[in-house]
Design a protein around this ligand. Sequence first.
Ligand code: ASP
Length: 646
Amino acid sequence: MYFPSWLSQLYKGLSRPIRRTTQPIWCSLYRRLVQSSQRRNPEFNSFAVRTNTCGELRSSHLGQEVTLCGWIQYRRQNTFLVLRDFHGLVQVVIPQDESAASVKKILCEAPVESVVRVSGTVISRPAGQENPKMPTGEIEIKVKTAELLNACKKLPFEIKDFMKKTEALRLQYRYLDLRSFQMQYNLRLRSQMVMKMREYLCNLHGFVDIETPTLFKRTPGGAKEFLVPSREPGKFYSLPQSPQQFKQLLMVGGLDRYFQVARCYRDEGSRPDRQPEFTQIDIEMSFVDQTGIQSLIEGLLQYSWPNDKDPVVVPFPTVTFTEALATYGTDKPDTRFGMKIIDISDVFGNTEIGFLQDALSKPHGTVKAICIPEGAVKILKRKDIESIRKFAADHFNQEILPVFLNANRNWNSPVANFIMESQRLELIRLMDTQEEDVVLLTAGEHNKACSLLGKLRLECADLLETRGMVLRDPTLFSFLWVVDFPLFLPKEENPRELESAHHPFTAPHPSDIHLLYTEPKKARSQHYDLVLNGNEIGGGSIRIHNAELQRYILATLLKEDVKMLSHLLQALDYGAPPHGGIALGLDRLICLVTGSPSIRDVIAFPKSFRGHDLMSNAPDSIPPEELKPYHIRVSWPTDSKAERAH
Ligand code: ASP
C-alpha cells in the first residue's frame, strides 16, 4: 500500500492569514474569535504516548529516538515489519540478537493488524534498499523495545485498498473498513472542508453557529418524516427534514446570519444513493437577495476547496429552469460536456415521416434531437439502438429515430431514408454534426421530448465512455446555478392541485406576484439550486416574510392546514426581516470532491440502501412491554408473522 503525501496536502494552506472582521461594537469579541482560529500545521503527537506518527519520519530524523504506535501492516521473513497509522507506513527492523529475544518474539508472533508500540532509533536503510515509492522509504527503525497493545484475531477481510470486498461486508465491519486509506482520506478531507467552511462563515463573515432541535413536530408538505413516539398517548415528535422553520425563526429573533452543520432526516424508503439521515450545511441570512446568497456560496466553496484540486472559478454560470429543461432535459444538467438538445421542428415542416407528422400536427408538438459524437463508429451497434428505443417506449411512450448523417449507414432505420436531402443538410448545419456522428431524434410535447433526450444524453455519454471516449474530465468540477424555477408544480397524484416546487416558504419572483391571484401555475419563484457535474448539491430561496402572503399560499393555493404552522405565521407578523438562505448537501458534495462511487463512502457509519445499519442491526425490534409507556402496539403484517416464527 502506498500513502501519497495526501495528509500534508490536506493540511497545507491552513496557515493562510485570516482577514480581520471590523465590526465596531463586537470588535474585541470578534478579534478574540479570529485569533483563536489562526492555526499552524496540526500537532499530531500531542498528549499521546508516541513521539511521531508512522508516516512522518524522513532522513532529517536520522539518529532520533522515537516511539511509534500503529497496526502491523505486514511482516517479511521475521526480519522486517511495516507499521501503519493514519499518517503512513514505516519499516521496522526486527532485532535478531539474543539479548533482544523478547522484542523479537513480540514482533514476530503478533498477527497482522495487531496494535503495537515500538521504541528505537531512526537509521538510514542500507544503500540500494531505499524504497522511493514510500515517503518514509529512506529510513527504518532499529527497535529497542516493543509492546503488544492488542492482538488482532483473524480478519473478515484484509485491510488493503486494492482488496475487493462486498459493500455489505464493509458495512458490517465498518470499524475495519475505516482503516483503509480511502476512508481515512475521505473522512479527513470532509473534516477539513467543514473546518474551512466554519472559518469562512463565522470568522470572516460573522455567521453564528446555532443548533436547532431534532425533536420537532410534523410539518406540512415535503418529504416523509420519521416519527418518534412520546409518552403522551397518540402524540409523536418528528425528526425534521431540515431546520427550515427554525432558521427562519432565528431571523425573526435577530440572529441575522445563521449557519449549522445540520443533521436532517427523510423517510423516503430505499433509494440507492440517499441516506435516511444526512448532513447539510444550512445557512440563513437577513437583508439579502438572491445574488447575495449566490456570492456567499461561491466564496464559501472557493475558500473551503481542497488544496490538491484545481481552484474553484467564480462566479458560477447561471441558467434558468426553462433553459435547463430545453437544453439538457433536466433541472440538474451535467455541463461538463455538450450533446445539447436542439429543437429541429422547423426542419420537418413538410415531412413524410408519420410519427413526426403526428407530433407536429398537435398544438405543442415539437421535434427535438441530440447529436452523439462519433456515435456511428463507437456506440450505435444494433443492440444499442434497440435498447435506446425500448427505453424510450417503456419509460416515455416515445419513438426514437436514429439518423446516421452518412446516408449509407442508415442500416437500422428504414424510416431515416424518408429524410430528404435538404433536411439532411439542414440537420447537419443546425446540429453541427460530423460524418461519424449519429443524431437521435424524437417528437412530441416539449417537456416530454426534452426529458427523454436528457436521459438518453446521459445514457449515451456512459456508453461512449465505456467504449473509450473521455467526455467528462474527472478532474473537472462544473458548477451551475439553476434559477427562476416555477413556484408551484402540479401534484403528482392529482395534477389539478398544486405543490411547492421547493418548499412553501419560498417567495415568488417579485415581477410575478400578481400571477398568484390569477394564474399561480405561471408564477416563478426566488428559488435557486446549485448543481455540480449533474448533481444537485444545494438549494435555497428568498423567503416569504409577509404573514398574509404566506397564509394565502399555504391555505388557498396549497390547501394546507395553517394551524400546523401558526407559530411561524405569528412570528412573521412580529417584524420579521426580509431573509433568505440555502442548504448544501454535505455528503453529496464530499462524494463528488473525493470522486467516491457512493455517498456511503464519505459517511463514517452510513445506512445500507435499505436504511439498515448492518453493523449494529438497526432498526431493531423492541419487546412489547417496552412499547407500553408509548401506548404503542405493533400490528404485524400477516406474512411477517411467519417470518418472525423462524
Ligand atoms: N431547507 C431547504 C432544503 O433542505 C433548503 C433551503 O431552502 O434553505 O432543501
